[in-house]
Design a protein around this ligand. Structure first.
Ligand SMILES: Nc1ncnc2c1ncn2[C@@H]1O[C@H](COP(=O)(O)OP(=O)(O)OP(=O)(O)O)[C@@H](O)[C@H]1O
Ligand SMILES: Cc1ncsc1CCO
Ligand SMILES: [Mg+2]
Length: 266
């Protein structure tokens, strides 16, 4: 573990003590789950995307999260304005470039946002490969590539942009270029529930409001791994898993996180 790293159990305690306001610009599919994930874990979400108000809202939040899932020109203008306002106010922000490999419009939009220097970049393997300029086998919002195949791309993106880069999948990979870790656990029901990744980006925002970016990304990955593991035990399929996952997020104690063996430093 790096010397100055805030472990996930401490990060969770801080999240629940401060209940940070998280400004979320996310897609129509994810809004409900992303808000409920933040509430269950210990944050205060606000879904605010009008271009007329985002620049006033981002500076009063503890963090901003931007997800391009249901992108259109007014949304993209709002995302750019919000990121600029967050940067101006020293508010950390998270980028989730959904399906950026699918169309030139999404590819260009994701690059424009990435140039605005997010503190954390989170995506599935196909999205991270595409951001690094490589072609993969993604299908719409779903990844078609392994996490291992995107690790070099993640390291290169971290080096080039200064962002902490998280690649999610059965075993997640996260790096700030100098440090790297893997997070195992969770459930194979997670990719069967839409917007789990989008919601995780929201949660990374919650943690980024209370701990540094690498520590925040790791805490969100570890909390998802543990809640997924517990949620699988208490569910019968994707529908009951979604409910059990939220219950687990709310019920997990810092002690349970410190005892869970999901995190391996490389
Ligand atoms: N097969 C799996 N086993 C365990 N955990 C998984 C599996 N697939 C995904 N996850 C977990 O699900 C969460 C979301 O990751 P995923 O890669 O599915 O995001 P995504 O493709 O961006 O999702 P979406 O776009 O639907 O929001 C992460 O915490 C990841 O670890
Ligand atoms: C299914 C879907 N389509 C656009 S965004 C989204 C949510 C998962 O990324
Ligand atoms: Mg996604």
């Amino acid at each position: 573990m790096p010397d100055d790293f805030t472990p996930p159990d401490t990060a969770l305690t801080r999240l629940r003590e401060s209940v940070p306001l998280v400004h979320c610009i996310t897609n129509y599919v994810a809004m409900d789950l992303a808000a409920n994930v933040l509430l269950a874990a210990g944050g205060s979400p606000a879904m605010v995307h009008a271009e007329e108000e985002v620049a006033d809202f981002a500076p009063i939040a503890g963090a901003l999260t931007i997800n391009t899932g249901t992108l259109s020109p007014p949304w993209l203008r709002a995302m750019e304005a919000a990121a600029d306002a967050a940067n101006g106010a020293g508010v950390p922000w998270v980028l989730d470039p959904v399906a950026n490999f699918a169309t030139p419009y999404r590819r260009d939009a994701s690059q424009r946002l990435l140039q605005r220097k997010p503190a954390i970049l989170r995506g599935n393997a196909s999205e991270i490969l595409a951001l690094a300029g490589q072609s993969g086998a993604g299908k719409g919002a779903d990844s078609g590539d392994t996490v291992e195949a995107a690790e070099d791309a993640a390291r290169a993106l971290a080096r080039q942009t200064g962002a902490v880069v998280a690649v999610t999948g059965p075993v997640d990979f996260v790096t700030d270029d100098t440090r790297a870790a893997r997070v195992a656990g969770g459930s194979d029901r997670m990719p069967k529930v839409t917007a789990m990744g989008c919601s995780q980006a929201g949660l990374m925002g919650g943690f980024a409001a209370v701990v540094p970016p690498l520590d925040a990304a790791v805490a969100a990955l570890v909390l998802f791994a543990e809640a997924g593991t517990q949620g699988e035990r208490a569910s019968q399929g994707p529908g009951s898993f979604r409910v059990a996952f939220l219950d687990a997020l709310a019920g997990i104690t810092p002690e349970e996180l410190s005892n869970a063996a999901h995190l391996t430093w490389l």
